[in-house]
Write a protein that binds this ligand. Structure first.
Ligand code: HEM
Ligand code: NAG
Ligand code: NAG
Ligand code: NAG
Ligand code: NAG
Length: 330
């Protein structure tokens, strides 16, 4: 082989190595994934979220919970957005999601704006990850950079929901196990439960604590009795209107602050799973620390844990698809 041929050969090899490098990078999430293909992607979502919360303050909480429920069932792949069809009951129609999950129209608004600007480019899964981040920020919480490039899944089954979404009756051990099965630590679980500092719950998620604790004791003794009375007034035994909702944080229901943890310490956590964070001395100490949020310690941890949540089992590269309409697979 002559010297020029050898040099050419080296160039070819370098180019092949470069291609392998590019394709491996392409199959990972990255910040600013849409910079070259749809530079207004994040701004468009932010505007939609901002406008929606402006007209209905409760919408932000809906979007934060929607992202969590997307990520815990088959990864953050936008599968929670898919509608049921005659042959398939989708995730959004499972009892943990219907009728309580809301905010779908915000994702639709962002998606249709993006489809007219850059058709077929921005995934529904990424729009939801951006929208959850923006909701936290608009409600006064921390913000973070979302690494994007998620692809949309093509499977959404209602039967996958109950086994993956933790129940409000869970003990500390069950909660820890549920998060651990998604690669999240017990501390991530405690940190992310702080999202219950905003939003609402239907009576049915907690009335057992008021009327049906166990066979001998109607009311959960860990509830502050005054707080229990406040809840009973809103959710009467047996006659609660099934659409009635109660604020998860009775003090600052629209602020993304550390009051959730403060409430817990005084028996004013709404769900059994909220109170469960106090049932071990180590986790109770974490609740106490988070409640003070000194130097933003909880807020900063929340941002870090949300990044982990939002990257559970993502589809990237050529996997999945970019849905045209978030409600239906292409
Ligand atoms: C730790 C285990 C968790 C359990 C057992 C749980 C359970 C629940 C339940 C039962 C509700 C009320 C639903 C209703 O009746 O309307 C709720 C609401 C909510 N959850 Fe969780 N959750 C958990 C973790 C999380 C996480 C990790 C996030 C987000 C990071 C989150 C965000 C929310 C939000 C924002 C609401 C209010 C939704 C609204 O206002 O529509 N939750 N959760
Ligand atoms: C709540 O209602 C159920 C069913 O109607 C009844 O069995 C129970 O005694 C009531 N509990 C309280 C505390 O009123
Ligand atoms: C019901 O709960 C109370 C308060 O925690 C407890 O003292 C009692 O032993 C429990 N009873 C049953 C039957 O589990
Ligand atoms: C339940 O509450 C909803 C919304 O507040 C109201 O439209 C509906 O009429 C109520 N239903 C009953 C049976 O009171
Ligand atoms: C908070 O920040 C101050 C000033 O930097 C520092 O002295 C203090 O130790 C910090 N507190 C905690 C709990 O880290």
């Amino acid at each position: 082989m002559g010297r020029e041929n050898a040099e050419q050969m080296i160039y070819v090899i370098q180019f092949l190595v470069f291609l392998i490098f590019v394709s491996s990078v392409e199959s990972q999430l990255q910040q600013g994934f849409y910079d070259g293909t749809c530079s207004s992607a994040e701004e468009t979502v932010r505007t939609a979220v901002h406008n929606a919360i402006q007209s209905n303050r409760g919408t932000g909480a809906g979007l934060i919970r929607m992202h969590f429920h997307d990520c815990f069932v088959n990864g953050c792949d936008g599968s929670v957005l898919i509608d049921s069809t005659s042959g398939n009951q989708a995730e959004k129609d499972a009892p943990a999601n219907n009728p309580s999950l809301h905010g779908f129209e915000v994702i639709d608004t962002a998606k249709s704006a993006l489809e007219s600007k850059c058709p077929g480019v921005v995934s529904c899964a990424d729009i939801l990850a951006f929208a959850a981040r923006d909701s936290v920020a608009v409600l006064g919480g921390p913000s973070w950079k979302v690494r994007s490039g998620r692809r949309d899944g093509r499977v959404s089954r209602s039967s996958d929901v109950a086994s993956n979404i933790p129940a409000p009756t869970f003990s500390l051990q069950q909660l820890t196990q549920s998060f651990s099965s998604k690669g999240l630590s017990q501390d991530d679980m405690i940190t992310l439960s702080g999202a219950h500092t905003v939003g609402v719950s239907h009576c049915s998620s907690f009335t057992d604590r008021l009327y049906n604790f166990n066979s001998t004791t109607p009311q959960d003794p860990s509830l502050d009795p005054n707080f229990a009375n406040h809840l009973k007034a809103q959710c009467p035994n047996g006659t609660s209107n099934s659409s009635t909702v109660v604020n998860m944080d009775f003090l600052t229901p629209y602020l993304f602050d550390s009051t959730y943890y403060f409430n817990l310490r005084f028996g004013r956590g709404l769900l059994t799973s909220d109170h469960a964070l106090l049932t071990d001395s180590n986790t109770a100490t974490t609740v106490q620390t988070n409640s003070m949020n000194e130097n933003m310690s909880w807020s900063l941890k929340f941002a870090v844990s949300m990044i982990s949540l939002s990257e559970i089992q993502v589809l990237t590269g050529q996997q999945g698809e970019i849905r045209t309409n978030c409600h239906v697979i292409n």
